[in-house]
Ligand binder design. Sequence first.
Ligand code: FAD
Ligand code: MG
Length: 296
Amino acid sequence: MNYDVVIIGGSYAGMSAGMQLARARRSVLVVDAGQRRNRYATASHGFLTRDGSAPDVLAAEGRAQLLAYPTVEWLDAQAQRVEKTEGGFLVSMDGASSVRGQRIILAIGITDHLPDLPGLKERWGRTVFHCPYCHGYELQQGRIGVLASSALSMHHALMLPDWGKTTFFLNGSFAPDSGQQAALQARGVHIEDGPIERLSGEHLDVVMKDGRIIPLDGLFTTTRITPGSPIAAQLGCEFEEMPMGMQIRTDSTQASSVPGVFACGDAARLAGNVALAVGDGAMAGTAAHRSLMFGL
Ligand code: FAD
Ligand code: MG
């Protein structure tokens, strides 16, 4: 099959891109492997009109609205490879099938690599988070922990006091210098510098190696981030190095460095959220459409 645009990644960014193209009656294939970044969370906050909605409900409604347009098709699959061909691209799936697209939109998201602490993985998106804007408010100004994973955690520790009484667990991952200690003190942050044994409890208890148990309402940590798929690198897209990891370099229209390839969502904006993914996706969709019309 030959489509005007093949969108790789069918979550908020990819579906938003597809919506603009569908409304221009362009043929679109969305290829999606179903690994949305927020699939661990029960509620998504901060997206105007849908504050507090379940992430999977948002995604399912988006998919239904998009698939109501007759020029849109959907494939539940992993795109393995994209190759530049005469006048477009060849996209190969995991099951050996392939399709052609004149333009490509990469909405592949990112993968979070969590700190290696027993009990953390099971609590990710429930009582352990990375984004205070997404999940800080619901902690009702309660007891908040910041788990250090690198020097970047300093930023987290200085922010979180706006959401509750904050304890910074260094856990051997970071040692603030005297200036940083003064900055933490000025924000009222308590420092715990001993090692942590594990997270436990029905809600959230930090069990220290020395046996103390510190109950919390929520814990924030910075993850190491990698692109949601090797496809962007394989296509030769340039990346930008950000403090948390690499993001696909795009211009203000979400065009990547490879002509005919656009990128949107967390993959092209690491400190992203659903609203930004939907916004950048809309831009990528209209830019891909302009590129089809005017050969840009
Ligand atoms: P994603 O939603 O990550 O989707 C990427 C999609 O691309 C996936 O379906 C994946 O399977 C697919 N894909 C990747 N590679 C391929 C391939 N090769 N072939 C086919 N498909 C592929 N944001 C908020 O606004 N509010 C919140 O409350 C909030 N809470 C969060 C809680 C947690 C625990 C986490 C981790 C994140 C949270 N976020 C929240 C952030 C939000 O999840 C992301 O900003 C958003 O999902 C980005 O959308 P996206 O479309 O760019 O990528
Ligand atoms: Mg951008």
